[in-house]
Design a protein around this ligand. Structure first.
Ligand code: ZN
Ligand code: ZN
Length: 329
């Protein structure tokens, strides 16, 4: 048997359920979950801010686990292998986006903890081709936040451009705390923007190497080359545009944001660019895990037992966490 924290209706708390252990189908593996981090996307799922293909549903897409069942046709994995399961759980392989190497935009994707059951559970079944081999010498709790916060943070940082040396991070949560360290390792300067008055998060950002930290309404001491927005707050977009130089980029890293208020065209003018990040590709994951092997990453986590998933979600929603919440079954 397995246990899973299950969503029956958006807006309601997850319920612990016991079900028979699922058998992996062709091309799939079953993992015993070692740890699953909690992402802001899980909050959007639970709070009903994203369309859900079906209910009930087990959230969770920052999974580290160990293979304990192998489906037909899977020859490259063995029982006991440690794997990561990220948000992109399946892409079709033949739509125009998949063929262009942009599987993150696939027309018929399946996302872990959304279109298929995720890792807020003791076990999860995943498509083997979308699981990530994990060789980093880190324990599961510290690896789990890399599976989305790290990956999406990396894709966002890539979009900022290699020439962006002064980077603003709006919302200093799980993604920002990881990517600040990567950016700093690449000799870029980090400017951290938090909720006004959140001096704890600002101090946390400084300990991770931010050269400046302040409230998101504040202007940074210099114009930025790029800004990455991880907080789901549309009002940050004009603020970030105002903080970047001519030709600078503002990258929205989240899957959902409140509406962006209207703003004067001059904030966008002078060839500033406004971009969004959607999902991830397996290439992003390979690239980021290789980079993570070279950066001494400090991964800040708060551990919750699986049955306290609702508390983890509440703490994330209220901004009571530093770094990432991680569920351990
Ligand atoms: Zn496709
Ligand atoms: Zn995520």
């Amino acid at each position: 048997m397995m246990r899973a924290m299950t969503l029956h209706k958006p807006g309601q708390a997850l319920r612990m359920e016991t079900r028979p252990l699922p058998a992996p189908g062709p091309g799939e593996v079953r993992l015993r979950v070692s740890a699953c981090a909690v992402c802001r996307t899980d909050l959007h799922v639970v709070d009903g801010e994203l369309d859900l293909p079906h209910l009930p549903l087990v959230p969770g897409h920052e999974i580290v686990g160990v293979v304990d069942g192998i489906g037909e046709g899977v020859t490259h994995l063995a029982l006991g292998d440690r794997l990561g399961v990220p948000w992109l759980g399946h892409s079709c392989g033949h739509c125009v986006f998949c063929r262009l190497g942009r599987e993150n935009l696939c027309d018929q994707p399946l996302f872990t903890g959304h279109g298929r059951d995720g890792g807020f559970a003791t076990h999860v079944v995943a498509e083997a081709a979308f699981c990530l081999p994990l060789t980093l010498p880190m324990d599961a709790v510290h690896l789990a936040p890399l599976m989305c916060a790290g990956l999406i943070g990396w894709r966002s940082l890539r979009m900022a451009g290699d020439d962006a040396m002064k980077i603003g991070l709006y919302g200093f949560g799980a993604a920002a705390h990881l990517i600040a360290q990567v950016a700093r390792h690449q000799r870029r300067e980090i400017f951290a923007f938090t909720r006004a008055g959140d001096t704890q998060a600002q101090a946390f950002a400084r300990t991770l190497g931010a050269v400046w930290a302040g409230g998101s309404e504040e202007a940074p001491p210099v114009l930025l080359d790029a800004a990455l927005i991880f907080a789901p707050v549309g009002a940050l977009v004009p603020l970030a545009l105002q903080a970047v130089r001519k030709g600078g980029r503002v990258v929205c890293g989240g899957i959902h944001m409140s509406d962006i208020p209207s703003f004067a065209y001059r904030l966008l003018w002078e060839e500033r660019q406004l971009l969004s990040v959607a999902n991830l590709t397996r290439a992003d994951a390979r690239e980021f895990l290789a980079v993570a092997a070279t950066v001494p990453l400090r991964v800040e986590t708060t551990i919750y037992p699986l049955e306290r998933a609702n508390d983890a979600l509440d703490d994330l929603r209220a901004g009571r966490l530093q770094g990432a919440a991680v569920l351990v079954p």
